[in-house]
Design a protein around this ligand. Structure first.
Ligand code: PHE
Length: 344
C-alpha cells in the first residue's frame, strides 16, 4: 500500500530532522513543519479521501498513530532540551551549591536583644517572670488604668501614633501593668520588655521607636528600699562594675512617690557629651511606688499590698553598655554598625 510507504518515508525524514533540532526554537519549527496545517501529515489526511473504502479505517489509524508518535517525540525532546539547558546554566554559574557552608553569613544579635536577654536572665534569677505584651494597645491600658485620665497634661509628653479605630502604638511598657496585675494578682514579680513609640524630634538621644523594660513587684511590705536594692543589683550585674547612680524626684501619675534614677554617663565618664545632653548624667530608669489607683484598677487589695515599678530604658542601657553614641544607629539597619556586638 502506497500510504504505508509514505508514512515510513515521512517518519524517517522526521527522525532525521529531530536529531538535528538542538534548540527549543528549532523544535517548534519542526513541529509546525510536520504537524502544522500545511504539513505532510495534514496532506496525508486529505489523501484519505482517495483510499479505497475497505482500507480507509486502517489507513486512518496509521495516520493517527503517526501523528501521536510525532507529537510525543517532540514533547520528549523538548523536555530533554530544557533539562540540558538548565544543567548547562548550573554548570556555567557554578555558584549555587546548597551543600556548601554559607560564606560570611554567621548572624549576630541586635545589641538591644543582647541587653534584653542579659536583663531577663538577671531578673529571672531574682524570681521575676518575663511577660510579653502587644505593641498596639488601647487608651485604657496605656493611660487611664495608669491614673492618666483623658486631658491630663502628662499625656502631652507621650504623644504617639493613633490608629483610626482609636487604638494606639504603646508609648511605654507601663501599658502592660494593668493586664499583668489582672492576670496574676498579688504577690507578683514580673518584667516586660517591649518596643515603644512616641512622636519625638529625633536626635542623638531621642528616637520615635525605642525599647523599654518594665518591671513590677507587688507583695506585702514592699518599700522604696526594695526598689533601690533591685535597681542596684541589676545595674552592677549589667555593667560588671560600680555604677554611680542618683535618685531625683520624678513625676509620673502612676507612681507615688516617683523618681528618676540617673546613672553617670559612661560614654564621657561624666564630663558631658551629646549623649547625656552635656550633663554627665543619663536618665536611665524612672521608677517609684505604684499608685494605689493603679493597684486598684489592676484588682489588687491596696490595704494589704504595695509595690514598686520601674521603666528601664533598654535602648539607653544598650547605648551605655556598648558605647553607642547615636541612638539612630539602632534602627538604621547598617549591618556594619549592628553586627559588632557580642554578649559577654
Ligand atoms: N512609663 C514611664 C515612661 O515611659 C516610666 C516609668 C515606669 C515611670 C514605671 C515610673 C514607673 O515615661
Amino acid at each position: 500500500m502506497i500510504l504505508k510507504e509514505k508514512i515510513r518515508e515521512l517518519r524517517a525524514r522526521f527522525d532525521g530532522e529531530l536529531a538535528k533540532a538542538g534548540t527549543p526554537e528549532a523544535l517548534e519549527a519542526l513541529r509546525v513543519a510536520f504537524l502544522g496545517k500545511k504539513g505532510p501529515v495534514t496532506d496525508l489526511m486529505a489523501e484519505l479521501r482517495n483510499v479505497e473504502q475497505s482500507e480507509k479505517a486502517e489507513a486512518g489509524q496509521l495516520i493517527n498513530t503517526l501523528k501521536n508518535e510525532l507529537s510525543e517525540a517532540i514533547v520528549k525532546t523538548g523536555e530533554a532540551l530544557r533539562a540540558a539547558a538548565l544543567a548547562a546554566e548550573i554548570r556555567r554559574q557554578k555558584k549555587y551549591n546548597p551543600t556548601l557552608p554559607a560564606r560570611d553569613a554567621a548572624g549576630s544579635y541586635h545589641p538591644i536583644t543582647l541587653v534584653q536577654r542579659e536583663l531577663e536572665e538577671i531578673f529571672s534569677s531574682m524570681g521575676f517572670t518575663i511577660e510579653d505584651y502587644p505593641e498596639i494597645v488601647d487608651d485604657y491600658h496605656c493611660f487611664e488604668a495608669l491614673n492618666i485620665p483623658k486631658h491630663h497634661p502628662a499625656r502631652d509628653m507621650q504623644d504617639t501614633y493613633y490608629i483610626e479605630n482609636g487604638q494606639l502604638l504603646k508609648t511605654h511598657t507601663s501599658a502592660a501593668q494593668n493586664y499583668i496585675m489582672k492576670k496574676y494578682g498579688a504577690p507578683l514579680r514580673a518584667i516586660f520588655p517591649g518596643r515603644c513609640f512616641r512622636n519625638e524630634a529625633i536626635d542623638a538621644c531621642h528616637e520615635n521607636t525605642f525599647f523599654q523594660m518594665e518591671g513590677i513587684m507587688i507583695d506585702e511590705n514592699i518599700s522604696i528600699s526594695n526598689l533601690i536594692y533591685f535597681m542596684k543589683t541589676m545595674l552592677s550585674e549589667v555593667f560588671r562594675r560600680d555604677i554611680k547612680v542618683r535618685l531625683r524626684p520624678g513625676f509620673f501619675p502612676f507612681v507615688e512617690p516617683g523618681f528618676e534614677l540617673d546613672i553617670n554617663c559612661l560614654i564621657c565618664g561624666g564630663k558631658g557629651c551629646p549623649s547625656c545632653k552635656n550633663s554627665g548624667w543619663l536618665e536611665l530608669c524612672p521608677c517609684g511606688m505604684i499608685h494605689p489607683n493603679v493597684l486598684k484598677a489592676g484588682g489588687i487589695d491596696v490595704d494589704r499590698y504595695t509595690g514598686f515599678a520601674f521603666g528601664l530604658g533598654l535602648t539607653r542601657l544598650a547605648m551605655m553598655k556598648f558605647g553607642v553614641k547615636d541612638i539612630r544607629d539602632f534602627n538604621g539597619g547598617s549591618l556594619s554598625a549592628l553586627s559588632q556586638f557580642v554578649s559577654e
